[in-house]
Ligand binder design. Structure first.
Ligand code: ATP
Ligand code: MG
Length: 758
């Protein structure tokens, strides 16, 4: 069958090639992790362009993250060279819709410079509306309403589409009204939330046939990666776009569906064959990514799920190492252990880029960050939120947003008195009243009030000054680069001074974050471009370069692969998450198990699972129980270790004491003593000593964050480091030194860890 296939497709296997060469008509590629679905999709994209079946701008290709889109662009470039230039519609659902909506904003009552707001702003707006409506926001919190509205948008429902049950779900039948009010306010603010990007485009397609037809004509081919995680609104949107030509190719794996909490519906896979009759279904079974051990472990684990289509996977790769399951005392020890393991890998010559730590929840990353900063191990956190969600970053972005779009009330509300200008809640109330009466944005209302006698003279003067600054910044924004603009804003608004005056330990870090923000902005030519970028990455991931260990959530790791993967926190209540246990349903537990499957199958060569015997939860130490997912791994695929007593069989031994070691997990008050044998007590006792030692260490690590240099070391000096030996200081930033070590190469370390060499 490969007779007519071009040479550059020779690398692909038979079914992959079939997926590439079946360009016309609907195609559904359904296959397990690491079988080359994304690779096939990439080749298909290259093939379409190369064979002139379509121009790059005539192909719509949806990836799950921005990172995946960048990766695909890069790979296609490698296959066909510059021809890939200009693929405007390769991206996430959100980024593609944001781009389309800029062109058609007026059709849904927006202007093309609309703002994309994030969850935080959304919550503040909702809170205001809830109070306005006289609803008790203690009983009916904004967060709940936000969740409902997101859910409705994910299902493609406008306020008018809600049924009685939806409506009843908030404040005794006020759901629909609140949703409608929220949408109206968003329009008045010239703003969109994430859900709106898709919903607005779906509405436009449904109500304006001419626009839909224009896109149906334009997109000769439609392709979607990670199809199992599309939600209803995305599906409806895709179906409209592909309905005419029916050249749609989707690839996915039902075992990797992990976003049902965001409205993803695996059922879309089954629906595809109905909506696109005659779809060619292609299955891939050969895994090219992982060793047989990793594959066997993941396959064995996922077999415990009842709701799956089922599939076989095999690999030709040589046998590798078994997985390792390591029991540690607590989270700091877990981080220390992972740090040691990574240093060992580095020593063996493994590039740091090939190492990842995948966590279940965001909060788990902090312990690793602490540790890695301490030992000078470069790492990156993927998941964007963390940086852009910091208060100072949000403040800066609010200033920029108001400059770009004066109708951005939420932005204006955030900073009108930040830094403190003596404008209180009273002033805000007056501004809001005036804005509402006149039907104008908050900033415009402020400007008018500065000229009236509704406010005390002092407040008027302050507002007038603030508005004059904004006018100046607006003019400036046309002329200077975004990062220059930011620096000016921070200086003139008094924000820099506020941070300087702040004596708290965090203020230095805040200033550093703002510097980092300015650095990030340097890549952008216009403010609007940058703001759009921020809005999109906040929901997704962040580009980064240099050799670093990656720390990210399992969710964000979908589609990626690393030689070495560490999976910490495999304990009941952490993973599977407490929430999935509390909900108790089979569905939520099975989704956690799919997440475990995704996590393990990210590994090419080695996979290390860790679990701690103790966790600090809300300031209290609780003993924890190894995750049931460890128990579900086929026995011959992994080895157990514990660092506490050195007895590798400790955990196994304990488990076999009771028939079902997790039987007590969901009880109200778990009686964990029953799971403890003498070995446990020994472990507890010996672990306690470790803990005593650790107290001192964590003080040190906390101190290392106050980024003050110690003062007696200068650039050019020779120093000695316990681990890396002798070296020369090449650079300094606060308490961080960049040192060129004689043997270990360049590293960044904290200055308290080195001695002067002579
Ligand atoms: P996931 O379900 O995790 O998204 P996937 O099915 O998309 O996985 P890919 O990421 O496309 O799998 O491929 C996994 C690995 O296998 C990649 O490193 C890829 O380069 C390699 N690969 C894919 N197809 C082949 C092939 N035919 N021959 C050799 N290697 C391949
Ligand atoms: Mg993939």
């Amino acid at each position: 069958a490969d007779s007519g296939a071009p040479e550059w497709l020779a690398r692909l296997n038979e079914p992959q090639r079939e997926a590439v060469l079946t360009t016309e008509g609907p195609v559904l590629m359904l296959a397990g992790a690491g079988t080359g679905k994304t690779a096939a999709l990439t080749h298909r994209l290259a093939h379409l362009i190369r064979e002139r079946k379509a121009w790059p701008s005539e192909i719509l290709c949806v990836t799950f993250t921005n990172k995946a889109a960048r990766e695909m662009r890069h790979r296609v470039g490698q296959l066909i060279g510059d021809a890939v230039e200009g693929m405007p519609f390769l991206g996430t659902f959100h980024s593609i819709c944001a781009r389309m909506l800029r062109r058609h904003a007026e059709l849904v009552g927006l202007q093309s410079n609309y703002t994309i707001i994030d969850t935080d702003d959304q919550l503040r707006l909702l809170k205001l509306l809830i109070q306005d409506a006289g609803i008790d926001d203690k009983r009916w919190p904004a967060r709940q309403l936000a969740g409902l509205i997101d859910g409705w948008k994910n299902r493609g429902l406008n306020p008018g589409d809600l049924d009685a049950m939806d409506n009843e779900s908030y404040a005794n039948g006020k759901g629909q009204q609140m949703y409608r009010t929220y949408q109206e306010r968003m329009k008045a603010l010239n703003a969109c939330d994430f859900g709106d990007l898709l919903l607005h485009m779906l509405n436009i397609f449904r109500q304006h046939r001419d626009v839909l037809e224009q896109y149906q004509q334009r997109f000769k081919y439609v392709m979607v990666d990670e199809y199992q995680d599309t939600n209803a609104v995305q599906y409806l949107w895709l179906r409209l776009l592909a309905q005419e030509r029916k050249n749609i190719c989707v690839v996915g794996d039902d075992d990797q569906s992990i976003y049902s909490w965001r409205g993803a519906e695996v059922a879309n896979i089954l629906r595809f064959e109905k909506d696109f009759p005659g779809a060619k279904v292609i299955r891939l079974e050969q895994n090219y990514r992982s060793t047989p051990q990793i594959l066997a472990a993941a396959s064995g684990l996922i077999a415990a799920n009842s709701q799956r289509l089922g599939k076989t996977l095999w690999t030709e790769l040589n046998a590798g190492e078994k997985l390792r399951v390591i029991g540690v005392w607590d989270a700091p020890e877990e981080a220390r252990r992972v740090g040691e393991e990574i240093e060992r890998l580095e020593h063996e010559g493994a590039p740091l880029d090939e190492v990842a730590i995948l966590v279940r929840a965001q909060y788990q990353t902090r312990e690793f960050e602490d540790r890695f900063i301490q030992i000078g191990l470069n790492y990156r956190i993927i998941g964007g939120f963390r940086f852009y969600e910091r208060a100072e970053i949000r403040d800066a972005l609010a200033y920029l947003r108001v400059i770009a779009q004066p109708a951005d009330d939420l932005g204006f509300e955030r900073i009108y008195n930040q830094p403190k200008r003596g404008l209180g809640a009273k002033t805000l109330e007056k501004m809001y009243q005036h804005a509402r009466r006149q039907g104008i944005p908050l900033a415009a209302a402020a400007l008018e009030l500065a000229d009236s006698d509704e406010l005390p003279a002092r407040a008027r003067k302050t507002i007038a000054e603030l508005m004059a600054m904004f006018l100046r910044w607006r003019e400036m924004s046309e002329e200077v680069t975004p990062s220059e603009l930011l620096r000016t804003v921070l200086a003139e608004s008094g924000y820099d001074d506020m941070l300087k005056a702040d004596r708290s330990p965090e203020s230095a870090g805040r200033a550093e974050n703002l510097t980092e923000l300015a650095r990030a902005m340097e890549e952008y030519e216009t403010l609007a471009d940058f703001l759009e970028h921020v809005a999109l990455v906040m929901d997704n991931d962040r580009a980064d370069d240099g050799e670093k260990v990656t720390i990210m959530t399992m969710h964000a790791a979908k589609g990626l692969e690393f030689n070495h993967v560490f999976l910490p926190g495999w304990e009941e209540g952490v993973f599977p998450s407490q929430r999935s246990l509390d909900e108790g349903g089979l569905a939520s537990l099975e989704e956690e198990r799919r997440l475990a499957y995704v996590a393990i199958t990210r590994a090419r060569r080695r996979c290390t699972i860790l679990h701690a015997a103790n966790r600090r939860i809300y300031g209290q130490w609780t003993s924890s129980i190894p995750s049931r997912f460890i128990e579900e791994l086929p026995e011959d695929t992994f080895n157990q270790e514990t660092t506490m007593t050195g007895g590798a069989s400790l955990w196994r031994a304990n488990w076999s004491e009771s028939e079902d070691p997790f039987a007590h997990v969901s009880r109200d008050k778990p009686d964990r003593s029953s799971a403890r044998g003498p070995g446990w007590q020994r472990a507890l006792a010996s672990g306690y000593e470790t803990k005593q030692v650790r107290v001192k260490e964590s003080t040190r690590s906390a101190a290392s964050f106050a980024a003050k240099p110690r003062g007696d070391i200068a650039v050019g000096e020779r120093v000695f480091h316990d681990k890396f030996g002798y070296g020369e200081v090449m650079g300094m930033e606060g308490n961080k030194l960049e040192i060129l070590f004689d043997h270990a190469g360049t590293k960044r370390v904290i200055d308290s860890f080195v001695q002067k060499a002579d």
